[in-house]
Design a protein around this ligand. Structure first.
Ligand SMILES: [Zn+2]
Length: 361
């Protein structure tokens, strides 16, 4: 199954691959390996397990079920709202270099048979800084997830707000956060996967608002840079400050997950959070309908009827799909070997003080 995935990566994105390096030298352990070997290992250093940065297309290829990804808003174009000198040229250069129109790719897919909406930020495009198009695409992903009642999975990476768009880029923080709140009110699952590096305005908005926050091992996640903070507070910061592990210890992320297990973990989480259904396929009512006035109950019921109708349709395909997913699961568990197993689906799950409280506040 994995071989198929990798074949798809190279055949689907040949155009992107041409400019890629032939040799990879690990920035952590300094060991070298061929680009092919690195790709086979999901862009993780075979020697030390360093999770190198991936482009959005490759990430989609290793995460989504083959051939299921349908992209949203592909042709949305970046404007130059504050007439920043040379911005248009910079965007054009980045588009040629990466084959992307902007720093995030969003769309719909299935993961191990589970339908969902996915967004992947690409640090190769202006360090995935958040301008108006990135903010708009992310916001639309939230809105579509709420409308279609599909879980939203965002792989974040960013240098922060895009300074070439000034205030317009900062506004994206409020816009995306508002959209995240509405998705939460709609009761739809939202998972963020923090990848290297997730910083600045993206950390300070939608990246930190996931119902479940996953991080890849040892990735950099923070708001301001280390030197800025040390200069401000006149103190030395711990060595592992702003690493995924440090954030886990301090309750900022829920668990750390190796890249090879992320696809399976996401599918598992989606299944766990699927709305409960009765045998006849109708969605279960709220546990405490007595708390509400009859009028509220009535409107809720009619609303639920439409939801359950949708669920009926979904469940037909869902049922089959999750069977297929389970089959995939079994085979991938076999091929991935015991390291997956020992790590468990929740990886290094530690105590996380105050997470739940923070979420509601
Ligand atoms: Zn290495």
């Amino acid at each position: 199954m994995l071989e198929d995935l990798f074949k798809m990566v190279t055949t689907r994105f040949n155009g992107d691959e041409k400019n890629e390096i032939k040799e990879f030298k690990c920035p952590r352990c300094q060991n070298g390996c061929g680009a092919d070997e690195l790709q086979k290992n999901m862009w993780v250093c075979p020697e030390c397990g360093y999770h190198s940065r991936m482009n959005a297309r490759d990430r989609i290829a290793i995460t989504c079920d083959k051939g299921t990804f349908r992209e949203y808003d592909k042709d949305m174009q970046t404007a130059n709202p504050i007439d920043f000198p040379g911005y248009e040229e910079k965007i054009e250069t980045m588009q040629e270099k990466t084959g992307l129109t902007e720093a995030v790719v969003t769309g719909e897919c299935t993961i191990h048979g589970e339908p969902c909406i996915i967004g992947v930020m690409d640090s190769h495009f202006m360090m995935a800084s958040m301008g108006s198009v990135v903010g708009e695409k992310i916001t639309r992903a939230f809105e579509r997830a709420a409308e279609k009642k599909l879980p939203l999975i965002l792989f974040t990476a960013s240098g922060g707000a895009r300074m070439q768009e000034g205030l317009v880029s900062l506004m994206q923080m409020a816009k995306t956060s508002g959209a995240a709140a509405r998705l939460s009110e709609a009761g739809v699952l939202y998972i963020t996967v923090l990848t290297d590096p997730t910083t600045g305005g993206v950390t300070a908005s939608f990246a930190s608002l996931g119902d479940i926050i996953i991080a890849e091992p040892k990735v950099l996640v923070g708001f301001a840079g280390r030197r800025v903070i040390e200069g401000t507070i006149k103190q030395r910061l711990p060595e592992d400050f702003q690493s995924a592990e440090f954030l886990l210890e301090n309750g900022f992320v829920d668990f750390i997950c190796e890249r090879k297990s992320i696809r399976r973990t996401i599918a598992h989480l989606i299944r766990l959070h699927r709305p409960p259904v009765k045998d006849n396929g109708a969605a279960l009512a709220d546990s405490s309908p007595a708390d509400k006035s009859p009028a509220e109950n009535k409107s809720k019921t009619s609303k639920e009827k439409t939801v359950s109708k949708e669920n009926d349709e979904n469940m037909g395909s869902n049922g089959n799909a999750s069977n297929a997913g389970n089959a995939n699961n079994a085979s991938s568990a076999n091929s991935a070997g015991k390291s997956d197993k020992s790590e468990g689906i929740f990886g290094a799950h530690k105590n996380k003080p105050g997470k739940g409280a923070g979420k509601n506040g």
